[in-house]
Ligand binder design. Sequence first.
Ligand code: SF4
Ligand code: SF4
Length: 327
Amino acid sequence: MDDVDKFTCPCCSYIVKILMVQNKNTILKNIRFHGRGGQGMKTASRIVGTASFIGGYFAQDFPVYGAERRGAPIIAFTRLSDNPILERGIIVNPDINIIADETLLKDSAANVLQGTWDGTITFVNTHYTASHVKDTYQVSGKIAVVDITDIALKIINKPVLSSVAAASACKLTGIISRDYLQEAVIKELTDINLKKEVIDKNVQAALTCFDNTPSISSPDLKFSEEENENKVVQLEYADARVGSARVYESGNTIMKKTGNWRFFKPVIDHDRCSRCRACFVHCPHSCISLDESGYPHIDYDNCKGCFTCMDECPKKVITKEREVRAW
Ligand code: SF4
Ligand code: SF4
């Protein structure tokens, strides 16, 4: 049933008539991806959108960036439906919430559980159990966990999570098949000019991840039948002082811990260190200090995991370990 409503344009105060299209019994999956810059969440949302489209669904996918830097929290979204999707804008109440970096759960600024509800399926990339994560962070709704970083490292040899995170999201929709996922991974990674060998590894990792992600029944619809319509929603405009970044006190950079930006951490083997100080001199973030004997020590609260120290160490005694510090 179609209906007509009125809407006052916030720019010009014109009264606009809006066609409201009621699509009862519509399948509508709202998927939100949380990750860090460099992990591939934008591509993950795109792969899920393409897989949905290949499967015959209508789809939207788009990211939101804040400060564009490696390690910064980023968000991406995918909507899929069996009817045209008229809704636009960010997903506030996700049906499926993909958290590709477990350290984000401790980052209050990232607020990755915002808007989740009893019907949300939250997926966390972690080696911990689902019950442990649920209890530790009071996660609403159902939860699924898979260590997709481990799968990516073993098969792709890099902690790039676009294909594997997309695979988990596809599985959790309950309606995107393995075949559609495979086709979408090939298409999206071909479009960004990756080599066939790399694409093949991504396909293998994605399918492994798909198989390892549990099947969880779809949540009940959050909205009432009346609310579950595709419709244009009038957004409220916030004052610039509300929507902009605020600085509460000057010189507060030292209070911001940047250690949770890194995916891997440098570890110094002090038994083989020659105390040459090369790492101390070259760390671009001044995260390495020297003790009284001249041995270097890393400030893990602030080390961003750039690995300049590892590259510069002439004795090659700095190694890379996977970061799981948030726990
Ligand atoms: S990884 Fe980068 S930030 Fe961390 S200690 Fe080494 S050089 Fe410094
Ligand atoms: S660069 Fe390597 S050998 Fe030199 S002080 Fe640092 S860890 Fe030790």
